[in-house]
Design a binder for this molecule. Structure first.
Ligand code: 4AD
Ligand code: MG
Length: 465
């Protein structure tokens, strides 16, 4: 007996073992043909392309052929042959077919091609079966893998930080509370406030907005670490660039100053873009053709150009002198809006920009204070189409300066005493940044809405799947 080749569609499409008996399993994308012969395009998710199954209907039960419809799941045995059809090198002549699962054409929602992204969002439980989401999700895997590869190759350690926390890293107060208290019967303190002493952790807890504070503890022991995990923000911003649950990569490096931090951010982003172009070109080409004709050019362009490095003060000057009418007027001290960031990147420099030395009042408490008393050593990386893709800084390593900032801002010293302590015990200059994983995915895939680069987006009023 000849052995049965059990390969996925990606492997079979690259195979030249013609005449070989094979088995392949997957979902039917389309079925066409006539009374005598049927052509089924089968996809198993391993690659954007389908494999063609040729079925001589006379050799099979009519009932079985009827069950093969778009969306049904098949196990096909057959012979791998060179294809004479257009656009494919190989096809399979079916000898045996099992229908694992039918998909009633009257109710299966993914009948035709070209569904709108809005419609697909409503059926997020099925959209991974479309070409677009297959491509996006393979690239999501590719980027996750490349991120670990990048850091591992450079001596960084993957450091796991908690998701449930009692501290607010960014101090923006946009946290989801975690509690086991009875919401319908909250225990109260004598002052009439919620009494958390009987709550699960004995104090108020929430989902983390960032792993940075704990990440710094790792860097001040292991040297170079990175985190890569989910973060949660309860800000009510319904934009194409915000999620309530998103993934973040946060490298943190002992002995790095802001300049080395910027160098790392630029090198890291370019590595990821190059990785996608070199290893997932089929998926990128598909997305380029379908959704964003400039995608490949934009990726190449960012790869080939140095990022502009510019101080906030200079950036504000350029914006004020631009003559451009912005929805939010510009003056020194404002938190830049996406329209401002994109003007600098897309119109003025036409290159990615790393903006540094922001006013301290619009940045988090932990950033290193500059001599001028007004600015901090922050760095935001701004990208075409996206705006801010990375936010980071050199950290304040001086205990007294950090403490006075915490007090100035009225932050809870009690909840971050351990963070402050690192500045008393062997403090060191150090830096880090956070890359929003879905913002990266927007850039890599060319998709326009952040809800379309994560399998199950969490946004205000949206938690169905
Ligand atoms: O600028 P952010 O708030 O910085 C931090 O959280 C720091 N603790 C990072 C660090 O220095 N270790 O967030 C970092 C990045 C942003 O640049 C953006 O790409 C992304 O996270 N981000 C979001 N992505 C999707 N949805 C949201 N609501 C996001 N908020 C921030
Ligand atoms: Mg930021």
């Amino acid at each position: 007996m000849t052995k049965l080749l059990n390969k996925n569609v990606k492997e079979l499409l690259a195979s030249e073992e013609f005449g070989q008996k094979v088995v392949v399993k997957g979902w039917v994308r389309t079925k066409r043909g006539n009374k005598n012969i049927a052509f089924v395009a089968l996809n198993d998710g391993s690659v954007i392309h389908n494999i063609q199954i040729v079925i001589e209907t006379a050799s099979f039960e009519e009932e079985l052929i009827r069950k093969i419809t778009t969306g049904s799941c098949l196990c096909v045995e057959g012979i791998l042959v060179a294809s004479s059809g257009q656009g494919q090198k190989v096809e399979i002549q079916a000898t045996d077919i099992i229908v694992y699962g039918t998909a009633d054409p009257d109710v299966y929602p993914l009948q035709k091609k070209g569904h709108s992204l809005e419609f697909l969002r409503e059926i997020a439980y099925l959209r991974p079966r479309t070409n677009t989401f297959g491509a996006v999700l393979r690239l999501r895997h590719a980027m996750s893998f490349a991120i670990h590869q990048y850091f591992n190759d450079r001596g960084f350690f993957y450091f796991h930080t908690p998701l449930i926390t009692a501290s607010d890293c960014e101090g923006a107060g946009a946290m989801f509370q975690v509690t086991t208290l009875d919401m319908n019967n909250l225990p109260l303190t004598p002052e009439g406030k919620t009494d958390y002493s009987g709550d699960f952790f004995g104090k108020q807890a929430a989902l983390t907005v960032s792993g940075q504070l704990e990440g710094e503890l790792g860097a001040l022991a292991l040297g170079k670490i990175y985190t890569f995990g989910p973060t949660f923000r309860a800000e009510n911003s319904n934009t194409p660039r915000h999620l309530s649950e998103f993934w973040m990569i946060e490298p943190e490096m002992a002995f790095y100053e802001i300049k080395e931090n910027m160098d790392l951010a630029e090198d890291f982003l370019k590595y990821l873009i190059r990785y996608a172009l070199e290893n997932y070109r089929d998926d990128l080409d598909f997305l380029c053709k379908m959704w964003d004709n400039e995608l490949i050019d934009r990726l190449q362009f960012v790869l080939e150009n140095d990022f502009v490095r510019l101080e906030y003060t200079e950036g504000v000057k350029i914006l004020m002198e631009s003559g451009q009418k912005f929805e939010f007027p510009v003056s020194w001290g404002i938190d830049l809006q996406s329209e401002h960031e994109r003007y600098l990147v897309e119109k003025h420099f036409k290159k990615p920009v790393i903006l540094t030395n922001y006013p301290k009042d619009i940045k988090a408490f932990y950033m290193k204070q500059n001599e001028d008393g007004k600015t901090v050593r922050a760095m935001d990386v701004l990208f075409p189409k996206i705006g801010e893709i990375i936010g980071g800084s050199q950290r304040e390593e001086d205990y007294d300066k950090l403490l006075s900032r915490v007090q100035e801002l009225g932050l809870s010293q009690e909840s971050i005493w351990w963070y402050l302590d690192t500045r008393r015990f062997g403090t060191a200059p150090h830096s880090g940044f956070g890359l929003g994983f879905e913002r990266l995915m927007l850039f890599i895939t060319g998709m326009a809405n952040i809800r379309d680069v994560i399998p199950f987006p969490r946004t205000p009023n949206n938690i169905e799947y």
